[in-house]
Unconditional design. Structure first.
Length: 316
């Protein structure tokens, strides 16, 4: 049983890393270049992923699956994780200009790319809870990031950034897709078969293309530049925060799907968007990049161990 659980866990996490690694190899062999990575990321974010989110949400029965207790847990838990990371930053990050990047890297997970992939590998589908969580977590990540860089930055910069991010949230294709999907679900509408099948092709495209671009963006030198700080942030992101979140989730009585989504929100590697946000808000983007790279590398081990623990304890 232990062996079977370990093989299942390895089979859930390792393919994600292997597809990323293939992206890295393709980039190293000049089969793909920076231009391809940028264009592929744009296509995933603006087309393929919104279509997948719309398809998932529009087919979800929110009357049966919407749970305010679950939503409050992930929202409050995310805010609390920021304060925990800020406490660590106070004692471990000496340079004030690095603190915002450190904190963001410690709580902002790659829920949409890596998390969705892991959810599908473990459960067979993304289920009903993940799309609902995304609708709340994606805007929250952006708002918290702006507040962090504003707090550790200047007043002039913070006011402009908050306005800009507010507009971006409203124009975010992922949020728009979720809202339209929610309307379809609420009105019990369905897409014509030809559109539904067309959308299914884009849904299949999301995971491999997103993971390939993550791997192709990998630069080992970014890890070496701030290794100690990146390692502390990685341990927070991949071990401490998910352990705390899962422990309290169990105490609150959440079951298999909810537990897995909660783990994914708090325990997957740092989102590439944290690097983009660090650049936009004039933070330490090199540290942000290093945390992304290191958490991505180490997550193959931590995700396997967490899934193994869930299976062994009968949680999933």
């Amino acid at each position: 049983m232990m062996y079977d659980n370990f093989i299942f866990s390895l089979g859930s996490a390792l393919p994600i890393f292997l597809v990323m690694f293939m992206g890295y190899v393709l980039k190293r062999r000049n089969i793909v270049d920076e231009s391809f990575v940028r264009q592929a990321n744009t296509m995933v974010f603006n087309l393929a992923l919104p279509i997948k989110l719309f398809s998932d949400v529009s087919k979800t029965s929110f009357a049966e699956s919407f749970d305010w207790g679950f939503i409050l847990f992930v929202v409050i838990g995310t805010v609390v994780s920021v304060f925990i990371a800020a406490l660590f930053a106070r004692f471990t990050v000496k340079n004030p200009e690095q603190k915002a990047a450190f904190i963001q890297g410690s709580f902002r997970g790659n829920f949409l790319y890596v998390g969705y992939s892991l959810m599908e590998n473990v459960m067979g589908s993304v289920g009903t809870k993940a799309p609902i969580a995304i609708a709340f977590i994606v805007p929250l990540y952006n708002i918290l990031a702006v507040m962090l860089f504003s707090y550790y930055g200047t007043e002039e910069k913070s006011e402009a950034s908050l306005k800009a991010v507010g507009k971006k949230i409203l124009k975010n294709p992922l949020i728009i897709a979720i809202i339209i999907g929610f309307i379809f679900s609420s009105l019990n509408l369905s897409m014509p078969m030809v559109i539904d099948r067309t959308f299914s092709y884009f849904s299949v495209l999301v995971t491999p293309l997103a993971l390939l671009t993550i791997g192709a963006s990998f630069k080992f030198q970014k890890i070496r530049e701030s290794f100690t700080i990146s390692l502390i942030a990685s341990m927070l992101k991949l071990v401490l925060l998910p352990l705390i979140a899962v422990y309290f989730a169990v105490q609150f009585g959440f079951q298999a799907e909810e537990l897995l989504v909660i783990y994914i929100i708090f325990g997957v590697p740092t989102a590439a968007a944290s690097y983009i946000m660090a650049i936009a808000l004039k933070g330490d983007h090199d540290l942000a990049s290093g945390i992304i790279m290191l958490t991505t590398l180490l997550s193959n081990v931590t995700m396997t161990l967490f899934i193994f623990g869930f299976k062994t304890l009968g949680m999933i």
